[in-house]
Design a protein around this ligand. Structure first.
Ligand code: UGA
Length: 431
């Protein structure tokens, strides 16, 4: 399968069939490459090979159906590494108990790649670190593991961070703001430009450590914008000013931009909390006390509990109060509940002997693993019926349509944590 004479299709193997690996692999197949996704999880592999995405991502199912069994496949074996022009490492880097990044999956992926390449290899495979890793990982961990088994000059490494948002990942892949290629080697650079040929985006070439730092810094900066907006929002609420009006005026300054200034219940997800913590830990280890990063995390921990504080102004004793919790996913368009701000809110409600009654368009099943004993409903209307109060925790577009559903509540105490409701009498967490 040839893309063009200038940019021929490449054999690409992706190690890791999780969120990043699956989306990246499927989109690379759509660009015309021949892609194999490798993962140890057999259930995941057979789901992918049956064109059933093991995660929900908007548009992924259609893309998978178009390419699986043609120029895209999944396997538990590393054999495709041997004929790979490019091998991506897209495994998880979960947090250690101290907040630092756990690199054990990165190390074992690098070892498995090296072992396979020792058996057989093409002339010059490029091993690309796609996972979010601490600065220096590609150069000081991945490179040396490969170099310990393979001859010098027979391979190269590159760090290529991802900037995909869950729920919008396919669109982000095909329309990136930039492509960062962390390599200084010309041959590697040409191969990597071929990987992404067809995408219209500025390419920034850096060293691998700078590329790793770009990823952490971008996420930390976005998280900082959110915590900053939340702190200003908490102040605005006290001053009876609408923080959304304020941030509209602030965001019109092109040096600031209007994006990621939405105050609310705080940020969740698999990336911001983990990456800001990891950056803070490595900053401390480097002897630079991360005052700002720690504040970003502290604001974010406290923010969902502002919802409870406002609720307690209406009901000082929450015992047996029926509280509708609308939204369980960490944001809209996903069933992902990792670090969702609804988790500390539900925990606090239970702690105060209230009765949370939960609804989410997609994430209910996942939340049952965290809170098996709370009530789950099939619609917002059902959750709101006879509720003493309602907390909106996720920016699902369908919540903006809610209107007469609130008429079924016992009391009309409605607290919006995401600036999504359009009814006039909802109270905002920061507005
Ligand atoms: C984030 C980044 O936006 C991506 O660029 C990055 O690639 C990804 O992490 C990653 O490192 O893999 P994601 O976690 O999918 O993407 O979700 P976002 O859309 O960034 O939202 C994160 C959280 O921030 C959500 O809980 C959302 O509700 C909250 N948020 C976002 C706000 O509270 N206010 C805002 O203005 C924006």
């Amino acid at each position: 399968m040839k893309k063009s004479d200038k940019y021929p299709a490449l054999h690409i193997t992706i190690i890791g069939g999780g969120y990043v690996g699956l989306v990246t692999g499927t989109c690379l197949a759509h660009l015309g490459h021949d892609v194999t996704i490798v993962d140890i999880d057999e259930t995941k592999i057979s789901a992918i090979n049956s064109a059933v995405p093991p995660i929900y991502e908007n548009g992924l199912s259609e893309l998978l159906k178009n390419h699986i069994g043609k120029n895209l496949r999944a396997s538990t074996e590393y054999t495709s590494v041997s004929e790979g022009d490019v091998i991506f490492i897209a495994v998880g880097t979960p947090p250690n108990p101290d907040g630092s990044a756990n690199l054990s999956y990165i190390r074992s992926a690098a070892e498995n790649i090296a072992n396979q390449l020792v058996k057989q290899r093409t002339s010059y495979p490029v091993i690309v670190v796609k996972s979010t890793v601490p600065p220096g990982t590609t150069q000081n961990i991945v490179g040396p593991i490969l170099a310990s088994k393979l001859p010098k000059q027979s391979f190269d490494c590159c760090m290529n961070p991802e900037f995909l948002r869950e729920g919008r990942a396919i669109d982000d892949f095909f329309h990136p703001d930039r492509i960062v290629l962390g390599t200084t080697d010309e041959q590697t650079l040409n191969i990597m430009k071929n990987v992404y040929s067809g995408l219209d985006a500025p390419v920034l070439t850096t060293g691998s450590t700078a590329a790793e730092m770009i990823k952490y810094t971008a996420n930390a900066f976005l998280a900082t914008k959110i915590s900053f907006s939340n702190e200003i929002g908490n102040l605005c609420k006290q001053l009876d000013v609408d923080v959304y009006e304020v941030m509209k005026g602030v965001g019109l300054d092109h040096r600031i931009s209007p994006h990621f200034l939405n105050a609310g219940a705080g940020f969740g997800g698999s990336c911001f909390p983990k990456d800001v913590s990891a950056l803070a830990v490595l900053s401390e280890a480097a002897g630079v006390h991360p005052i700002l990063l720690q504040a970003v995390l502290a604001v974010n921990e406290a923010q969902p509990l502002q919802m409870i504080r406002i609720l307690e102004r209406h009901f000082p004793d929450l015992k047996e109060k029926r509280i509708a919790v609308l939204g369980l996913a960490f944001k809209d368009n996903t069933d992902d509940i990792r670090e969702s701000r609804s988790i500390p809110v539900i925990a606090s409600l239970l702690d105060k002997n209230a009765v949370p009654v939960c609804y989410d368009p997609m994430a209910g099943e996942n939340m049952k693993h965290v809170f098996p004993n709370v009530l789950y409903c099939n619609s917002a209307k059902e959750a709101l019926k006879n509720a003493d109060a309602c907390l909106v925790m996720t920016e699902w577009p369908e919540f903006s349509q809610l209107n007469e559903e609130f008429d079924g509540m016992k009391f009309r105490v409605i607290i919006d944590g995401r600036h999504i409701l359009t009814i006039p009498d909802a109270e905002g967490v920061c507005w």
